[in-house]
Design a protein around this ligand. Structure first.
Ligand SMILES: C[S@@+](CC[C@H](N)C(=O)[O-])C[C@H]1O[C@@H](n2cnc3c(N)ncnc32)[C@H](O)[C@@H]1O
Length: 269
């Protein structure tokens, strides 16, 4: 089954929409809004049978978010760290950005990675300091053992004044256990064993190996304590309303946020 992409959810049209506080409606669907969240949710339901359409839609939505905070990406240098098969890189390029994919796992790149994709670890990017106008990392932080070092590397390659888009699924999110969610609430081992029983396949993720229990509270404290970035926004990436408010409620936010989106701006040296 193919996904229906709503009309208007294409690249944002014209005009500078630079904002340092909250996203505005772009050429795509208003963010946050029920329509947008529902459309994304429907796409996620078809992630397995139509991954291309699902991730193309997510990429358009994510680049809309970047543009809502930072203006059109055309002509900018974008670094996509842990970008998997490159759908986000491709979307940045479609909008005229000079976008580069860095992905450590050749298998994740798939059969048709974007031209010039580089096999590289996000801990140690083969880039000079401050080369990127936008550094983009979607759903990678929960897959690294040392999130602070990973964030430091994202900051290092971003120019002063540049934007960092950092999103991750936190451990206590209903989706925190990835393919074995929501059974991770009963313990990772149990959830993995259940996944194997039900599907006959070994799960892709193992807690402590390629999936880590990253929490919202400590992550926020760590980024706010840094003197090289300013937190422009901390919000739920997908929520239809109160996207920033939910992140302000300690405890509740760990379950309710689903996926934390941090928009950071690199401070001048
Ligand atoms: C869930 S996928 C996300 C892919 C894509 N960014 C997205 O949002 O669909 C996690 C990605 O993180 C990558 N990854 C894991 N450890 C990494 C590291 N140390 N540096 C950079 N990427 C890493 C994986 O190879 C994988 O492609």
């Amino acid at each position: 089954m193919r996904l229906r992409v709503p009309r208007g959810w294409s690249r944002p049209r014209g005009g500078s929409r630079i904002s340092d506080t909250a996203p505005r409606p772009s050429g795509g669907i208003k963010d946050p809004s029920f329509r947008r969240s529902l459309t994304l949710f429907r796409a996620f339901l078809h992630e397995q049978d139509d991954p291309e359409a699902c991730y193309a839609l997510l990429a358009r939505d994510s680049v809309d978010q970047v543009e809502a905070y930072d203006g059109p990406v055309a002509g900018r240098t974008v670094v996509d760290v842990g970008g998997g098969s490159g759908c986000f890189t491709e979307e940045f390029r479609r909008r005229g950005a000079h976008a580069y994919l860095f992905e450590p796992d050749a298998a994740e790149l798939g059969a048709k990675p974007p031209d010039g994709a580089v096999i590289a670890d996000g801990y140690l990017l083969p880039l000079y300091d401050g080369v990127a106008d936008v550094t983009f990392s979607s759903n990678v932080l929960e897959h690294v053992a040392d999130p602070q070092t990973f964030v430091s590397e994202l900051v290092r390659v971003t120019r002063p004044g540049g934007l960092i888009y950092l999103s991750f699924t936190n451990w206590l999110s209903p989706w925190g256990g990835h393919e074995w969610a929501p059974w991770h609430y009963l313990g990772a081992e149990r959830a993995r064993a259940r996944y194997r029983r039900r599907t006959g396949r070994a799960a892709k993720h193992t807690l402590g190996e390629n999936l880590f229990a990253v929490h919202i509270g400590p992550t926020l404290r760590q980024v706010r304590a840094r003197d090289d970035v300013r937190v422009v926004s901390a919000r739920s990436r997908y929520w239809p309303f109160l996207a920033e408010t939910v992140v302000k409620a300690p405890g509740i936010r760990e379950v309710a946020t689903w996926n934390l989106l941090l928009i950071l701006r690199r401070c001048p040296p």
